[in-house]
Design a protein. Sequence first.
Length: 512
Amino acid sequence: MSLVASVDEAPGILPAGVNPGHDLADRIYVAGRWQTGTGALIESVDPSNGRVFATLHGATVDDVDTAVREGLNAATTSGWATMLPHERALVLHRIGAAIDENRDRIAALQTLDTGKTLAETRALAGSAANTFRYMAAALETMDEALTTPRGPWMTFSTHSAMGVIGAITPWNSPIASDAQKIAPALAAGNAVVSKPPVWAPWVTLLLARLCEDAGLPKGLLSVLPGPGRTVGEALVRHPEVAKVSFTGGTSTGRHLAHVAAEKLMPITLELGGKSPTIVFDDADVEKALQGVLYGIFSSSGQSCIAGSRIFVQRNIFEQFTSDLIARAGRLRLGPGTGPTTDVAPMIARAHRDSVAAMVDAAVAEGAQVLCGGAVPTDPALSGGHYYPPTVLAGVDNAATICQEEVFGPVAVILPFDDEADVIAQANDTVFGLACGIWTEDYRRAMRIGEAIDAGTVWVNTYKQFSISTPFTGLRESGLGTEKGRDAIRQYSDQKSFYLDRSDTPMSWGCPR
Ligand code: NAD
């Protein structure tokens, strides 16, 4: 046990009966074995006070090799790869139920590790449970279809497991992004090797424990925390890894796409964003204000789909901006465990400092700070990684702060004149992840939504998700799709059959 400071020292901050400290044994999960790692030492820091609360010895490159080889073996020897879909689905249902039963425990642990509010980490745990249940239901009800024959045959395709899937995730929404990859990959009959982030490894290890308790055959899942450049890279390069699903930054994703290309291995990439949220003068202002605030400042802006460029029609720009600033100023900073907290601390001091440096650089480039813009001086917040909700103005969309992802609670507000103007500005970015449109005119919303390059468009709402709706990043925001019924197919090999039905020898040549 490597628990450094018991969370019991802070009574009353966690839901009754929940002590995430119980989950912090110094063990990684290699092919069904809980063992002390021999890789880099990970010091986990509570973002609300900057204190190290646990240490963990991470995985090594050798562990990757063991996990992949034994995972491949386990998929065959346990019968998982060829098990009937409804039998695999039963295990996935049990994992979903186990996540639900442990929701408070997962939320408390994730809040301790990432700093997020308990409301958010409870929602993420709920989303992970839903994902396992949805993939179970999809698996049981997925049909293989006959294709229309173009000759004297019966033609159809079957789908089978690919082998071992690498799942690499970032620190901002651990259990939800884990589930998004692990559930469909297991559903398709594969083994999975997960590489969680150094800044937030614990909840993925807890998920492995719940999978094991729910009856997932040993060896099918490994969880190998460790540095991306060694452990993550070894996973992507491993010759027996059939596919990788990666969520993280665009530059890492671009590098991994090169590595995958060398192996001719499929890779799904969910990457960064700089999403526009657009307010027209006919919008329901109350809804728009609330949605725009939530879109950028929830999760302290540490969200790939954060609405970080706010475009407001010029004739309401001044009033909307002043109302937005007033509300942003009322958002309460505090620990993720605080019942009144709106904006929780950021994951790490280094990350908070990089956000502060980007704001300083924007000011040097001419931006005006309308609210926030500096590390808080309140002594009650001094130990934590806090940064206040910040709104900048006075620059155009070409400014660095409008082009680069901040991944923090920082938005730029910009005016626009008409539909053509806002479409041009919104699309003037390398990213294409999401977009928000606030208008009462749904014909206009459809026109704008279709014209903007974004994988997800929200109209009169923002940052809402359902596992049944596919998620795609366009342009430099990604490659491939996650979620939705077809998610299981993304982790399957497809094979097509031609069964001859004629009584005569085949002729020379191919019917078309
Ligand atoms: P990151 O790219 O630094 O790391 C992501 C993961 O990749 C981590 O587990 C890391 O250890 C690993 N990694 C790093 N280098 C690697 C390498 N060479 N080989 C293999 N693995 C490697 O990103 P981050 O800072 O953890 O996360 C923030 C980024 O993630 C932001 O850009 C954000 O927009 C993006 N993100 C995207 C989505 C989405 O769905 N599009 C969701 C959440 C976060």
